[in-house]
Design a protein around this ligand. Structure first.
Ligand SMILES: *Cc1c(COP(=O)(O)O)cnc(C)c1O
Length: 423
């Protein structure tokens, strides 16, 4: 079943007409499909059947409580990168023994919270971070299971802003320094070495970078074991890309990826954690907006919609391509548009020179592939309200995050005369 499809010329999420949600909730809004998320998760689960793999959903891709709960109910753990995300995962009922804590610089407070809840593993990104984890754990009388995030110096071949596994990136520790880091960890109180971790980037569209990184990981695990460390888990991160353009499918499948991982696990005889984010939720979500004006420019015709870059940053931040489709197949002649939002930035452009049946003010459009790194990256720039989120299930839907109101947004600001001197 296609989770988003036209029935009688109407764009639907599962069996619900997008225009019916728009009529009840207004625009813009994010709309996710429960079946779409479940199908993506099941695909991973099936692909990895027979291996000792924990699928830790990378919460930062879409951290709505209902989305995390849905995945947790299917058996997923969580990969979190901040104390806030840890709280979200716990609040959604993810069992702590299935939570891994990644992230470049965990603070003492964050480490303490994670230790109090006895999470599965810390993915440590630097020598000073290791020292802090050891100190906090010792103070609390706990033991932190740790893996070092190894930077394998592999080019993931993805956009520069989401490439994380090259030596010039800020992430992890250089693989050449790994032995020293593990030797230090073995000396420290309050920490127990559990494994090796990596995450080389996001929206990775070729398996070759994974293959090369896995080779490095395999060599390293063997070296570390020879050094006397008990490495029983490899955490291979996330990053598997998705097809944002349905017409040119290029993304490797979870099945192909699982074959590679399986070879590594058989070679090493260990357990594994994977941290998919985007590939579980991206294509299970759309952003719906409505046309405010059609503006005839010198060079192009602008379709100005009520969603903007503050709501969905990927096109302007990563030059990302997203499908944009009309909600009603209206039978009008095709026209070519630059599709933009109302924010005062040239970067507030979703797509250039796209062909759609003629649109008029009030018509609805969907931006596809918006389920990952959409809502979570939204801001209130231009004093625009955060976009609500809707979850569809079969022929029913629920608002899973309300649209805030202006009073509460503006009310966060305090007057000098109110005299507060602490945060
Ligand atoms: C962002 C991130 C992920 C998820 O990446 P996707 O491309 O969304 O699969 C996994 N692990 C870590 C450490 C991350 O930072």
């Amino acid at each position: 079943m296609a989770v988003f499809s036209y029935v009688d010329g109407d764009y639907r999420a599962e069996q619900v007409r997008i225009r019916d949600i728009a009529a009840a909730c207004g625009t813009p809004f994010y709309c996710y499909s429960r079946a779409g998320i479940e199908a993506a998760y099941r695909r991973y689960e099936d692909a990895f059947r027979g291996f000792d793999v924990t699928i830790c959903y990378a919460v930062k891709a879409n951290s709505n409580q209902s989305v995390i709960k849905l995945l947790a109910a299917l058996g997923a753990g969580a990969d979190v990168v901040s104390g806030g995300e840890l709280r979200r995962a716990l609040a959604a009922g993810v069992p702590p023994e299935r939570i891994v804590f990644s992230g470049v610089a965990k603070t003492e407070d964050e480490i303490e919270l994670a230790l109090e809840h006895n999470i599965r593993q810390f993915n440590v990104e630097s020598a000073p971070e290791l020292e802090t984890i050891s100190r906090v754990a010792t103070r609390l009388g706990r033991t932190a299971s740790i893996a070092f995030r190894i930077n394998p110096d592999i080019d993931a071949g993805t956009h520069e802003k989401i490439s994380t596994g090259k030596s010039e990136n800020k992430f992890g520790i250089p693989w050449q320094s790994a032995r020293k880091a593990y030797a230090r960890a073995a000396e420290l109180p309050g920490v127990r070495v559990a494994g090796v971790d990596m995450h080389i980037g996001s929206q990775i569209l070729k398996l070759t970078p994974y293959e090369r990184a896995f080779e490095r990981v395999a060599t390293l695990v063997e070296t570390l074991r020879a050094d006397g460390h008990d490495i029983d888990t490899v955490d291979l991160g996330g990053g598997l890309g998705v097809d944002y353009d349905r017409n040119t499918p290029t993304a490797p499948s979870p099945e192909e990826y699982a074959v590679l991982v399986g070879q590594l696990l058989e070679q090493l005889g260990c357990r594994c954690i994977i941290e998919p984010g985007r590939s579980l939720v991206a294509n299970a979500g759309v952003l719906v907006g409505s046309v405010i004006y059609v503006k005839e420019g010198d060079q192009s015709t602008f379709l100005i919609i009520d969603a903007a870059m503050n709501d969905f940053l990927r096109p302007s931040m990563y030059s990302a391509h997203h499908g944009i489709a009309p909600v009603k197949l209206n039978g009008r002649a095709d026209r070519t548009y630059d599709i933009v939002g109302p924010v005062c930035e040239t970067g507030d452009t979703f797509a250039r020179q796209r062909t759609l049946p003629e649109q008029v003010p009030g018509d609805l459009v969907v931006i596809e592939g918006a389920g990952a790194y959409g809502s979570v990256m939204a801001s209130t720039y231009n004093t625009r309200l955060l976009v609500p989120e809707i979850l569809v299930d079969g022929d029913d839907y629920r608002v899973i995050r309300q649209r805030p109101d202006y009073d509460s947004l503006i009310g966060l600001d305090l007057d000098w005369a109110e005299g507060v001197r602490a945060c």
